[in-house]
Design a protein around this ligand. Structure first.
Ligand code: HAM
Length: 424
């Protein structure tokens, strides 16, 4: 027997699911474009090398769908969009006018254990700015994300934006004399710290630090929640100054729910500065809605001059969970505006009317079953179509139609030429 289930960790989108998906994409597009972002797109297939260069071991070794094609090339189905967009920017860097504000909504594939908020295929809004070294881009990209949450109808209490900088981790390594290998492992440990027990975390920290004393010092630092305190500790380190500036600029722009978090490291290897993630404050949804950061060296890996980048990836799975949890999903409405029911022998007249109305920009469906009129109307109601009318001898003769509004349970009689106006 063939299975009826979709492939593990992927979803079928029935019309009601697609409606929600379109709603999410619609808000993403609208707000991204309101900030001047332009849409781009690319193939789901890339050469595997692309991800080996910078994404990080976990994604490449454990999470990619990779195969060898018939020509012997190593190919990967994209697990994220950032390497692709960096490649595209590197390729056309001479023709492009910087800065760039680009967005895309790709589907991505990661071989993960499916669970709440994590699947094997998800869609992700990617917004990235290229060619701006100053912190203005950091402030703008986080403000954009905040405005998307507002467009979804979320209140400040329902989510929290966590902020850190890879530069703070660099400063930690410098001051506490950690090798680059130790710094790398510390970053990975911090990235996983929320999902570990306190004992496991401490044991790992000692292992990385090389001694209990050093681990203790680091542990104290990691628990610091005040940027001012850290700034003092790190004697005005440039990275911390920058982080403080981004933080304060966001607060002054009204992004009140941004919080500094030392343990926010982000799992991907390419980040070089500001990093951020957004969390639902409801513990039912413990996974980030989006994550991103600054990556100033990624375009450079293609052997071309450096172009700085900053952006985020925002997942559809966690977004839908968030909207459901906070009752922010819109009610389902099909694209059809009018259902044309008809009596026996009047399907041609019904089709004529539908054609007229379609030419005036309306979405119209004509009943194709020839069932009893009452059943035709019931079909429209079940499908949540807002309007229905019946075409029969009387209507054809008089040119007047009784339009039923199925949402409000009202009926209006209208002349043929006024139908479109009423229904729009
Ligand atoms: P990421 O943290 O791997 O970053 O993913 C970003 C977001 O995508 C997550 O916060 C989550 O909402 C969603 N997501 C990731 N994996 C899954 C999954 N298996 N199932 C469902 N949702 C998922 C990146 O991908 C970076 N490339 C983002 C970026 C863009 N950085 C700079 N520009």
């Amino acid at each position: 027997m063939l299975s009826l289930e979709p492939y593990k960790g992927t979803r079928d989108f029935y019309p009601q699911d697609q409606f929600i998906q379109n709603y999410i994409f619609g808000i993403w597009k609208k707000v991204a474009e309101s900030y001047g972002f332009s849409e781009y797109h690319a193939s789901i297939l890339e050469e595997t090398e692309l991800y080996k260069a910078k994404s990080g071991e976990e994604i490449v070794n454990e999470q990619t769908y990779s195969f060898t094609d018939r020509g012997g090339r190593e190919v990967t189905i994209r697990p994220e969009m950032t390497p692709t967009v960096a490649r595209m920017v590197a390729q056309k860097r001479k023709e492009l006018t910087f800065p760039l504000r680009w967005y895309s909504i790709p589907n991505l594939f990661r071989y993960e254990r499916p669970q709440r908020g994590r699947l094997r295929e998800h869609w992700q809004l990617n917004c990235d700015i290229f060619g701006v070294d100053s912190l203005e881009a950091d402030v703008e990209i986080i403000s954009l994300a905040y405005d998307i949450m507002k467009a979804f109808g979320a209140t400040d209490e329902q989510f929290e934006i966590r902020l850190n900088s890879r530069k703070l981790l660099n400063a930690t390594a410098r001051i506490h004399k950690l090798s680059s290998d130790q710094e790398y492992h510390l970053t990975k440990l911090l990235d996983k710290s929320d999902k570990m027990s306190a004992e496991d975390f401490s044991a790992k920290l000692v292992e990385i630090a090389g001694s209990r004393d050093k681990a203790k010092e680091l542990d104290k630092l990691i628990r610091t929640t005040s940027l001012a305190e850290l700034s003092h500790e790190f004697q005005n380190d440039e990275g911390i100054k920058q982080l403080t500036m981004v933080y304060q600029r966001l607060l002054s722009k009204g992004v009140a729910n941004v919080k500094f978090k030392y343990t926010l490291a982000r799992g991907l290897d390419y980040y070089t500065g500001t990093v951020f993630e957004l969390y639902d404050t409801d513990s039912k949804n413990p996974r980030a809605l989006f994550g991103g950061g600054r990556y100033d060296d990624l375009v450079g890996i293609f052997g071309v001059e450096k172009v700085s980048g900053i952006g985020f990836g925002w997942g559809d799975v966690t977004t839908r969970d968030f909207l459901e949890t906070h009752h922010l999903l819109p009610e389902y409405r099909p694209p059809v505006r009018l259902y044309v029911a008809h009596l026996d022998n009047y399907i041609e007249a019904a089709n004529q009317l539908a054609t007229e109305l379609r030419r005036q920009g309306l979405n119209v469906a004509v009943d194709l079953t020839g069932r009893k009129v009452s059943q035709q109307v019931k079909t429209a109601d079940r499908d949540k179509i807002p309007y229905v009318l019946v075409v029969g001898e009387e209507e054809v003769k008089t040119g007047k139609f009784k339009v039923k509004n199925l949402v409000k349970s009202t009926e209006t009689e209208v002349e043929r030429q006024n139908l479109a106006d009423l229904l729009k």
